[in-house]
Design a binder for this molecule. Structure first.
Ligand SMILES: C[S@@+](CC[C@H](N)C(=O)[O-])C[C@H]1O[C@@H](n2cnc3c(N)ncnc32)[C@H](O)[C@@H]1O
Length: 373
């Protein structure tokens, strides 16, 4: 395989350092911007190449010793070799650049990144896999497992659960280990940053709003703390267990609908969902019939989709029935950029705030707020 000497110019979204060899972009994991390296090309395409680090010729002042013995082999973490301040600076830049390049947003109204109070021992849940007696995570870029005794980004209670799991003869499969009890539905993985996320969203909602539509609501993590800002809340999620959990302690202000966003969002934004009983909803025949004049002036739509972002149909509904305020919680800046680009005709992006929900990993959480033009 060909060997190259190059300078790492940046660390791209996804976690790999990027340099150029005769103009061609070369991606090298576990390198840091500013470093001079030699690397061997392991995959070569027409427009870019992938390489593995061979030698560090000039070392970044941000390089530190990774504490985890599995780092580099385990597929979970990408940044343990980078000091935390620089991880934050990189993630901030990655969000801005992805929104500029993929979202075609000339001026991205970035706000400072919100750090995690703990950069290790923060995950309140992990999913490990068991196969042929090996219990652990997938190896980097592989479907083979690496045997893991403890994970330093997981909370101590989670590692206790891992020790317990490993002490038993478990069947092949996937096991989600959690720091505490709770319904087995989606939950935010870093409690402290999840609280900061909720506070941020509360501050982004303008006063005088009437309806909150919490799309992809899960068990109502956001809607339940935002209740006092609205007269009515409608949450939508297709996970019936999550919707059941949300309904359990619901007030009369709250309605939770189990269904696909693409189908249910149109009714909710058109003001066509009315409450009949706790846990039951009705949909009136004519969309928008309850508020014939501009129904969405006092409506906030909160979306927190999975990494794939909003479907084309969902984007269409948001454009058709544009709510006054849109808050987009994203775990994938690339799909966020695609969606904001398409929604840009109707919505002005007011702010973009990255949050470091997953220190040491390449994952980034982002909140964008927008108002209807
Ligand atoms: C990132 S989680 C957010 C959950 C919630 N906002 C929270 O913070 O706990 C995404 C949620 O979207 C739901 N979901 C994904 N695609 C959906 C769809 N097309 N229709 C309805 N719900 C969907 C999943 O069940 C999951 O609960």
């Amino acid at each position: 395989m060909r060997k190259v000497d190059l300078k790492v110019k940046d660390v791209a979204f996804g976690g790999k350092g990027v340099g150029r060899d005769n103009g061609k972009a070369v991606f090298i994991p576990f390198t840091i911007d500013g470093e001079r390296i030699s690397a061997k090309i392991v995959r070569e395409k027409k427009r870019f190449a992938e390489a593995e680090l061979v030698d560090l010729v000039e070392v970044s002042p941000h390089r530190i010793q990774p504490p985890c013995p599995y780092f580099g082999r385990c597929g979970g973490c990408s940044y343990q070799h980078i000091d935390y301040e620089h991880q934050l600076a990189l993630k901030f830049r990655q969000v801005r650049d992805v929104l500029r390049h993929l979202g075609k947003l000339a001026d991205v109204p970035m706000r400072p990144i919100i750090p995690s109070p703990s950069s290790y021992r923060y995950r309140n849940r992990i999913t490990v896999h068991a196969q042929d007696g090996v219990v652990g995570f997938f190896r980097r870029e592989s479907h083979r497992l690496i045997d893991i005794e403890a994970c330093p980004i997981a909370r101590p209670e989670v590692n206790d659960a891992l020790v317990d799991l490993r002490s038993r003869r478990v069947e092949d499969g996937h096991y989600t280990l959690r720091a505490g009890p709770g319904p087995r539905v989606f939950s935010q993985a870093n409690d402290a940053v999840a609280d900061a996320l909720r506070d941020l969203i509360a501050r982004l909602i303008p006063s005088g709003q009437e309806l909150l539509v919490d799309a992809y609501c899960g068990a109502g993590f956001f809607s339940k703390t935002l209740l006092e800002k609205f007269e009515r809340v409608i949450g939508i999620d297709w996970d019936t267990f999550a919707i059941e959990a949300a309904r359990e302690n619901a007030t009369t202000k709250e309605t939770y609908i189990a269904g696909d966003i693409e189908e249910e969002l149109r009714h909710a934004l058109a003001g066509a969902v009315h409450r009949t009983d706790l846990g039951q909803i009705g949909v009136s025949g004519q969309l928008g019939s309850t508020s014939p004049t501009s129904p969405n002036k006092k409506t906030t739509l909160l979306v927190d989709p999975p990494a794939s972002g909003l479907s084309a149909g969902t984007r269409r509904v948001i454009l058709d029935l544009a709510p006054a305020t849109l808050i987009y919680v994203s775990c994938n800046p690339a799909t966020l950029a695609r969606d904001l680009k398409e929604l840009g005709d109707k919505f002005k992006i007011e702010s973009v705030t990255p949050l470091d929900m997953f220190p040491q990993t390449a994952e980034i959480e982002v909140v964008a707020s927008a108002s209807c033009r």
